[in-house]
Design a protein around this ligand. Structure first.
Ligand SMILES: CC(=O)SCCNC(=O)CCNC(=O)[C@H](O)C(C)(C)COP(=O)(O)OP(=O)(O)OC[C@H]1O[C@@H](n2cnc3c(N)ncnc32)[C@H](O)[C@@H]1OP(=O)(O)O
Ligand SMILES: O=C([O-])CC(=O)C(=O)O
Length: 369
């Protein structure tokens, strides 16, 4: 029987991440262990190589990320040429597409070249997202420092100063939590794209476009918009009740696969709470908790990964239109792992559609229409 939105359809086999009985694992390791102990660099290595790195492999990976994180001059000029009000996701999609033209191995489809490109894109996407904000603020574009971790570097390249430990640690955990998620819409899009043997850049561009929608990664920005619209805790109940009466979806709630809660949400809620307590600005966290209570009670829906990531990023001083690009920075590790897996055992992805349109019609010349 046809299910809308391919709900419940198993479309491929994968050894990267799994969601079984509400438990999320990356390469067989429970997300709870990774969120509590792993760095984002360890997670990207795990996703690409099916194992955690040794100390030496980790050191080499960090070094390579910093080297490859430097943007070509042509890309910096391109970044400066965009309209200042363009959305960062649009700029990001365009810049990742352009990067292909400055990669001499873009069309080398060997396993080694594709692994190298995965690392290269992962390194550069962080610099690009930080640079998008810097260009908007007429500030110089910064490159990663070899002595910093990936998340320290992102915040450094964004703000121009060494981040506080709590900030880089929180971002690191958020990156770990967003890194991969089985056959979500953007990952599926990337696998369909590279299933034609299009190259890895095309796969990532498809994925970024797919992530941007508010039913997927774009929800984190929409959550922040909603929190800002609500403005004060006492406005929460009337705002949410009206939205429910108007049959509006409340961003950051519900999930296609998790029906008893997203295992990532509790970490983001804790981080949001800790960060807002530290900054002394708990208003948006308090509104979030109130929304959470109402939606759970009224709809039986639970927060997904996007809900508390909004207050987490906001407390880190990040503009809301960078929330989804940051999701893309993290998910690049998962997208590229899936792309490598797709190439390793590729068959064109081409399902069928059940035709429900009119039949047996005839062409009518334009003068008779
Ligand atoms: C990283 C991520 O992509 S996580 C998801 C991020 N997206 C969001 O947070 C957007 C808000 N949530 C949603 O739109 C949905 O829950 C999705 C897209 C995540 C999952 O969608 P689906 O599995 O297709 O569920 P669907 O949209 O069909 O919803 C089923 C029912 O629950 C309701 N529902 C689902 N989510 C919500 C919500 N957030 N607010 C209000 N009602 C909701 C729907 O209106 C529908 O009700 P109905 O049967 O009376 O028409
Ligand atoms: O799996 C999904 O459908 C959406 C999601 O939570 C993710 O991509 O992290």
């Amino acid at each position: 029987m046809l299910t809308t939105g391919l709900e419940g359809v198993v479309a491929t086999q994968s050894g990267i991440s799994s969601i079984m009985n509400g438990v999320l694992t990356y390469r067989g390791i429970n997300i709870n262990e990774l969120a509590e102990h792993a760095s984002f660099e360890e997670v990207m290595y795990l996703l690409w190589n099916d194992d955690l790195p040794t100390a030496q492999q980790l050191t080499e990976l960090k070094k390579e990320l910093a080297v490859q994180g430097v943007l070509p001059e042509e890309i910096i000029s391109l970044l400066k040429s965009f309209p200042k009000d363009a959305h960062p996701m649009v700029i990001l999609r365009t810049v990742i597409s352009a990067l292909e033209m400055y990669d001499s191995q873009a069309y080398d489809m060997s396993l080694e070249a594709n692994h190298r490109k995965a690392l290269n894109i992962q390194a550069k996407i962080s610099t690009v997202v930080a640079a998008i904000q810097r260009v908007k603020e007429n500030k110089n574009i910064l490159s990663p420092k070899p002595e910093f971790s990936f998340s320290q570097n992102f915040l450094y390249m964004l703000n121009g100063e060494e981040p506080e430990e709590i900030a880089s640690k929180s971002l690191d955990t958020a990156l770990v939590l967003h890194a991969d998620h089985e056959l979500n819409a953007s990952t599926f899009a990337s696998r369909v794209t590279v299933g034609t043997l299009a190259n890895i850049y095309s796969g990532i561009v498809s994925a970024i476009g797919t992530l941007s929608g508010p039913l997927h990664g774009g929800a984190n920005e929409s959550v922040m918009e909603m929190l800002e619209e609500i403005g004060e805790v006492e406005n929460t109940e009337p705002y949410i009740c009206k939205a429910l009466v108007d049959k509006k979806k409340i961003m950051g709630f519900g999930h296609r696969v998790y029906k008893s809660g997203d295992p990532r949400a509790k970490y983001l809620k804790n981080m949001a709470e800790n960060l807002t307590t530290l900054t002394g600005q708990s208003k948006f966290f308090d509104i979030s908790v109130k929304i959470d209570e109402i939606i759970t009670l009224e709809k039986g829906l639970l927060p997904n990964v996007d809900f508390y990531s909004a207050t987490t990023y906001h407390s880190l001083g990040i503009n809301r239109n960078l929330f989804t690009p940051i999701f893309a920075v993290s998910r690049t590790s998962g997208w590229t792992a899936h792309i490598l897996e797709q190439y390793s055992n590729n068959r064109l992805i081409r399902p069928r559609a059940e035709y429900i349109g009119p039949q047996l019609r005839h062409y009518v010349p334009v003068e008779h229409r």
